[in-house]
Write a protein that binds this ligand. Sequence first.
Ligand code: S3P
Length: 172
Amino acid sequence: MKDNIILIGFMGCGKTSVGIRLSYAMKQTMIDTDKWIERKQKMTISEIFASQGEEAFRQMEKQCLAELIEKENGRIISTGGGLPVREENHALLKELGRVYYLKVSPEKVYERLKNDTTRPLLQTKDPQARIRELLAYREPFYEKCADEIIEVSDLSFEEIIAQIVKKEKNIG
Ligand code: S3P
């Protein structure tokens, strides 16, 4: 198993924001799978969904994990919210490092993302219902592949980071 810290969880749970701050706290480089894919494809996530569809994007996520396993170690890796929903990715995530699930409530997600236009899956008439539905469906997948679960809805970024740093110290 590689020695990376992996952040998983639903859109808007704070994976990227936590990842950036954690990378400062731990003095480790951060990699974001969405950014990695956008750079490789030279397109935004919305453009990839519109031109090639979700399934093509999911294949890119899997490819991204395989390449990260080959090339990266000692990194903070934040992942797209749908990546753990593919069971075939669970073994890859485990191989890549320790998986932290940032668990968030649907209300918090809506509050954070109600004006967001960059998440293709939430561009619907009733994003609130969509968030509730998708989150309920995905919850078991997130829980299944997590090594650690952190309830983040009522925590500040600093508190989340403190919890992860503490757990990492206990491991190290
Ligand atoms: C997705 C989450 C997004 C991005 C894409 C699909 C999802 O990432 O990968 O829009 O299926 O939940 P974030 O979780 O960083 O928003």
